[in-house]
Design a protein around this ligand. Structure first.
Ligand code: F3S
Length: 405
């Protein structure tokens, strides 16, 4: 692999041991994946900040990094393990919370920006079409590669931090044109409107596409940002999709021929496929908790939730996950007051998957998130109803869901 003189200086330890180790990680990755050179980047989204995932090994690594190195490029932080403002009120275990705070402080000391969200593109980290970046967090990776058209591989905590400290990534995978072409073509032949609808499409396609690039065509209306956020999270969790294209919608796919071979046999996603997929997540009867905001809610979603809940009372624990940035705007506009007066809680910085597990005792959950619906049965043995946002609110108000309710 070709290294510039500056790369060699970093690798030889001229900028300290942590930069040397970071460069070593990146060069090793490049050699494994056959990169010919390194690329400059200006933008990192680091996924290593949940103590639940990083543990003491991650904590010690970042603390050590913070003593001698600093992020060279804009580096935002993914969702962490606690609500940094109300962790005691929400009952996060103290021992865990203190470790989490130590880890997030170490990331701040190394120069990362404490965004603590899986929607960095909603809080000011917005790369441009074709820009090379280093992002972690599967839903954000799928969104930024597909919807924005920036270029990232699936970075983990160590490789994202290494990229942040050096401003370099090896050129392989999704940085290269040839790996951004589609392998599976899905012909959508049913109306898709809500985030749940797009999550269902993502869940269906991810199961088939696995780690490959799916292409969607036939959408009858232009999706919203929130629709695409839901699709990105679902397609990256039922499969491991890091990039998809929607013909006529996403920037690299103005026409089908731009992203997939013309003779690719399409796979139908019609009403039957939709119903069969959604049926995996339907349950009737009592709902013990409702969780929305996976990926973290946008201000538009918080507005909608406030409108749906206004003046009512929830019957079951209802958690709405978002970034501090979105909640601050929600505070200002009065949405937070409306939502929390109903008994629902807005939780910032964290989510059930990256924080300590949901409180014990729940058996059933309603969510609008395909990603959460995918993980909940395995992580917490929860039976899950995958509902439209409006129906999640209905389930929160009644404590029940289903035809007979
Ligand atoms: Fe975000 Fe947590 Fe879901 S990181 S995508 S809210 S699992």
């Amino acid at each position: 692999m070709h290294l510039t003189d500056e790369d060699k200086r970093m690798l030889n330890g001229e900028y300290g041991d942590m930069v040397r180790r970071s460069m070593k990680i990146l060069v090793t990755l490049g050699e494994i994946y056959g990169a010919e050179r390194m690329l400059d980047i200006r933008n990192v989204h680091s996924p290593g900040v949940s103590y639940r995932v990083a543990g003491d090994a991650g904590l010690n690594f970042v603390k050590e990094a913070s003593q001698s190195a600093h992020c060279k490029v804009l580096t935002t932080l993914n969702t962490m393990g606690i609500d940094s403002e109300r962790w005691e009120e929400f009952g996060f275990p103290r021992e865990f919370a203190l470790k989490q705070l130590e880890l997030s402080d170490a990331y701040r000391a190394v120069g990362a920006i404490p965004t603590y969200t899986c929607t960095p593109f909603l809080v000011g980290n917005v790369p441009l079409l074709g820009e090379h970046i280093a992002w972690g967090e599967s839903s954000a990776i799928a969104f930024v590669n597909s919807v924005i058209g920036a270029r990232t591989n699936r970075e983990g905590g160590p490789s994202a931090l290494a990229a942040a400290l050096t401003g370099r990534v090896p050129e392989y995978g999704y940085h290269l044109d040839e790996n951004r072409r589609g392998k599976f073509l899905f012909r959508v032949d049913t109306d898709l409107e809500t985030d749940r609808d797009f999550a269902v499409l993502g869940y269906f396609a991810g199961k088939i596409a696995g780690r490959e690039v799916p292409v969607f065509e036939g959408l009858k209306r232009r999706p919203t940002l929130e629709n695409l956020k839901a699709l990105s999270a679902a397609v990256a969790s039922s499969g491991a999709v890091a990039l998809y294209h929607i013909v006529g919608v996403t920037p690299e796919a103005p026409v089908r021929e731009a992203v997939i071979d013309n003779n690719t046999e399409p796979i139908l996603f019609g009403r039957r496929e939709y119903e069969e997929t959604v049926a995996k997540f339907m349950l009737s009867g009592d709902i013990d908790c409702v969780v929305v905001g996976c990926p973290h809610c946008s201000i538009a979603e918080l507005r909608e939730i406030a409108q749906l809940l206004s003046g009512k009372k929830v019957k079951v624990d209802t958690f709405i996950c978002t970034s501090k940035h979105a909640k601050d705007i929600s505070d200002r506009t009065g949405y937070t007051g409306i939502i929390e007066a109903t008994g629902a809680r807005i939780v910032i910085d964290t989510c059930p998957v990256l924080g300590p597990t949901l409180p014990k005792g729940y058996r059933t959950m309603a969510t609008s998130s395909g990603k959460l619906a995918h993980y909940a049965p395995g992580l917490w043995k929860l039976r899950t109803a995958l509902l439209h946002l409006e129906d999640c609110v209905g389930a929160a108000l009644k404590g029940r869901w289903g035809e007979q309710v």
